[in-house]
Design a protein around this ligand. Structure first.
Ligand code: NAG
Ligand code: NAG
Ligand code: NAG
Ligand code: NAG
Length: 434
């Protein structure tokens, strides 16, 4: 009787013991634990966004984890790319806590349980990897790749920063249909929160979006992809990969690798393994390559999505001419006004920008031979000119509309931006003037 009743509990004790033993085995060794405090002098070098910074010891060439700020007292923990030796700009290529700044004396703790925790000085947790007791035994920044990883005793990545991109893809990093599926631009030089633009992998290809109400507007997608570039025949994930073109290593390729092949973005004629793909503040998608052997100006812009040797022309970038401007050959050449085309400056804007009077009796002025991203990437409605006008007049958020006279195609414009000059004079824009 006694024997049979004690046996199950003995098993339970053994079982519990083995769990504890397992946890004990998976602890972070004392020498690898740390608590970094955000305090002390700022570093002396020039970094992107003119940020001040304090280094942490976490380093994997040429990346280092740092506290940095562009506004006093609002710190972000981010990955800085570049080496001191090169005397070139340092770039911020990943953020731990975008949009959630911490203050002086904030802490980053990597404890026994394998959780990486960012907390305010008063102990309030701001962010963590959520990896407590999941077998994590160490942390590192993978050299070359810039992936911050928490790994288990078999070297498997339990958590990786590659799964949480901000605005930049690093060498070997992927966007997946199942997520993470996008990059989001930074709000401004000063403000490190989500900006207006996103770069997204979708089942039919890659897309660029601008935030708008009621829903984001595409300024690139498969509908207007030249030669089907960055469009998919079957759904695919993508990986940003700099690779030598051939064994002799003369030229390198910056690729977006898909399931069926790859799209080559650029071919730098030197070792371009340290390249990044960035969704910029202005919505352009740009690759920068860091070439270690040179002593100054180690960065080169090796690809620009909206440019002569990119995927679309410079004039197709919605933000190119600020809130309004006519663009030709990569230059903003005119400001359309009710009195005709005037010289362009960055103060050019539509009369209705920011205002919303009673919709009835709205007046418009016409600009001939222009298009913008809407006519290429958004499906227009087939309606008569007067009906298109009425729809815009009834909509307080409508700043004007694009109209193709031959087909009677109408696109209401909640944003105008760059008007790309085209030779076809039946493609026109009507801008609301009152
Ligand atoms: C940060 O902590 C130090 C002590 O380690 C203290 O002297 C300093 O006043 C603290 N700074 C702030 C802004 O709380
Ligand atoms: C994309 O990647 C995810 C995760 O690695 C995988 O499960 C999925 O099958 C991939 N999808 C495609 C279409 O390759
Ligand atoms: C390219 O440069 C990287 C970083 O400096 C280096 O690790 C790699 O070996 C180089 N690759 C080749 C093929 O030379
Ligand atoms: C202008 O575009 C329309 C389609 O909107 C097309 O039917 C017409 O042929 C084009 N005209 C010229 C001169 O390219």
């Amino acid at each position: 009787m006694t024997a049979s009743s004690s046996s199950p509990s003995a098993t339970a004790i053994l079982f519990l013991f083995s769990i504890f033993a397992g946890v004990a085995l998976a602890q972070v060794p004392a020498k690898d634990r740390f608590k970094y405090v955000n305090q002390g002098e700022f570093g002396p070098f020039i970094t992107e966004y003119d940020a001040s910074y304090r280094a942490t010891p976490l380093f994997g060439s040429p990346y280092q984890l740092m506290w940095y700020n562009t506004t006093p007292g609002e710190f972000y923990l981010g990955l800085r790319m570049g080496l001191r030796r090169s005397e070139s700009l340092f770039r911020w290529v990943w953020d731990v806590n975008r949009g959630k700044p911490v203050g002086e004396n904030a802490t980053l703790t990597f404890g026994t349980d394998g959780n990486l925790v960012l907390a305010e000085a008063n102990g309030r947790t701001v962010w963590s990897t959520g990896t407590a007791n999941k077998g994590v035994v160490g942390i590192k920044i993978v050299p070359g790749a810039g992936n911050l990883v928490l790994f288990d005793k078999n070297g498997r990545f339990v958590w990786q920063s590659f799964d949480h991109p901000t605005d930049t893809l690093l060498p070997g990093q992927s966007l997946r249909l199942t997520g993470p599926s996008k990059l989001v631009s930074r709000k401004s030089e000063k403000e490190n929160s989500d900006g207006k633009y996103s770069f997204v992998v979708e089942p039919k290809g890659l897309a660029l979006y601008m935030a708008a109400s009621p829903k984001p507007l595409p300024y690139f997608n498969y509908l207007g992809a030249p030669f089907g570039r960055l469009a998919f025949t079957t759904p695919s994930n993508i990986t940003f990969l700099p690779e030598p073109e051939s064994d002799d290593n003369f030229a390198w390729e910056l690729k977006l690798v898909q399931n069926n092949g790859a799209d080559i973005l650029a071919r730098p004629k030197y070792n371009a393994s340290l390249s990044i793909l960035r969704l910029q503040l202005d919505g352009n998608l740009v690759a920068f390559t860091y070439y270690e052997p040179v002593d100054s100006q180690a960065w080169e812009r090796t690809f620009s999505f909206f440019s002569d040797n990119g995927i679309l022309e410079g004039c197709e970038l919605p933000s190119k001419c600020g809130s309004l401007g006519v663009c030709k050959d990569d230059m903003c050449v005119a400001c359309p006004t009710p009195n005709g085309l005037l010289g362009w400056s960055d103060s050019c804007s539509s009369p209705k920008d920011g205002a919303c009077k009673a919709a009835a009796g709205a007046a418009y002025y016409k600009v001939v031979g222009v298009e913008n991203f809407l006519t290429k990437f958004v499906k227009g409605q087939t309606v008569k000119l007067d009906d298109c006008k009425k729809k815009c007049s009834a909509d307080c958020k409508c700043l004007g509309f694009f109209f193709w006279e031959k087909e009677s195609k109408c696109w209401l414009a909640p944003t105008l931006g760059t008007l790309n000059q085209v030779s076809n004079s039946s493609h026109v824009a009507y801008i609301k003037s009152s």
